[in-house]
Ligand binder design. Structure first.
Ligand SMILES: Nc1ncnc2c1ncn2[C@@H]1O[C@H](COP(=O)(O)OP(=O)(O)OP(=O)(O)O)[C@@H](O)[C@H]1O
Ligand SMILES: [Mg+2]
Length: 264
């Protein structure tokens, strides 16, 4: 396995006396994708939010590029936030209805005091190109974007600060099948071209199979099984993993891939 960029050890998060994340450990290798899969409420998003310090963990250890994430104070945390980004499920919900695409993409640059107006405008054009949107999209507002276009904007915004690590939390789950395939392929291309490391969260094991190098299966706040993709699908160890696999409608990987890609 390549050098780990992210290491999570014995992570705990408690809500109302309940350990919704209970002794969770995983690592994500630099330049690779860890798929985090499991049923609704299993603790996937909560684990990711702890890693991003959007919420505070109640126990455990998180190391990003060797740094102790949970020990970071304000200014260090601000620097770390440039390196870690997130894309959520609802493309329109994550964009401000009153902002143009250009304003949405400039916002992180402004927040970090990067570049003058001209440099920011150039960066907006670069970001649009990166996610496959024509330059004319800069002046559109969210209600003038399709779901797929809005999610491309959300991805561009996540990349504005040149992060190394991106959490994709059900990032394609709300999209139509054909659009989903395009966005998955975009994410794969971006990973290769920019050397990105992904935490790819999904309840859909078929999509995780398509995207992830390693897979961790979560249930009731715990990781029940973690394996390299090939091994997980060839030799699932846990009964719960097998039940998730049984829920994939087609067993044959090629047919399944065509289903994900929306081609028949
Ligand atoms: N802010 C909160 N307050 C109280 N309970 C919470 C909070 N956030 C999450 N939970 C609970 O923690 C558990 C794990 O939730 P989480 O959102 O991490 O699950 P998930 O695996 O991401 O599910 P989904 O696939 O539906 O997104 C759930 O039982 C949820 O109700
Ligand atoms: Mg979630």
């Amino acid at each position: 396995m390549a050098e780990p960029l992210l290491e999570v050890r014995s992570l705990v998060k408690v809500y109302g006396g309940r350990r919704v994340v209970d002794d969770v450990s995983f690592t994500v290798a630099r330049g690779e994708t860890l798929g985090l899969v499991g049923e609704s409420g299993s603790g996937k998003s909560t684990s990711a939010r702890c890693v991003l310090r959007m919420i505070e963990a109640d126990g455990g250890e998180i190391r990003f590029d060797g740094e102790d994430v949970l020990a970071l104070q304000r200014e260090q945390l601000r620097r770390l936030r440039r390196r870690m980004q997130v894309v959520f499920q609802d493309p329109h919900g994550s964009l401000n209805r009153r902002q143009t695409v250009a304003q949405a993409l400039e916002a992180p640059l402004k927040a970090h005091g990067l570049g003058d107006k001209a440099a920011r405008t150039a960066r907006v054009a670069e970001l649009l190109e990166l996610v496959g949107l024509a330059s004319g999209f800069a002046q559109r507002r969210p209600d003038q974007l399709s779901g797929g276009q809005a999610q491309r904007v959300a991805i561009a915004r996540a990349l504005a600060l040149e992060p190394e690590f991106v959490v994709l939390d059900e990032a394609v789950s709300a999209l139509d099948v054909s659009v989903r395939a395009q966005v998955l392929n975009l994410l794969t291309t971006l990973q290769r071209e920019l050397g990105l490391t992904y935490l790819f969260i999904s309840h859909d094991l078929a999509i995780v199979r398509y995207m992830a190098h390693h897979v961790a299966v979560m249930r009731h706040g715990r990781i029940v099984e973690a394996q390299p993709r090939e091994r997980l699908f060839a030799h699932p160890q846990h009964e719960y993993t097998r039940s998730l696999m049984d829920a994939i409608p087609v067993a044959d990987p090629e047919t399944e891939q065509r289903r994900i890609l929306g081609v028949s």
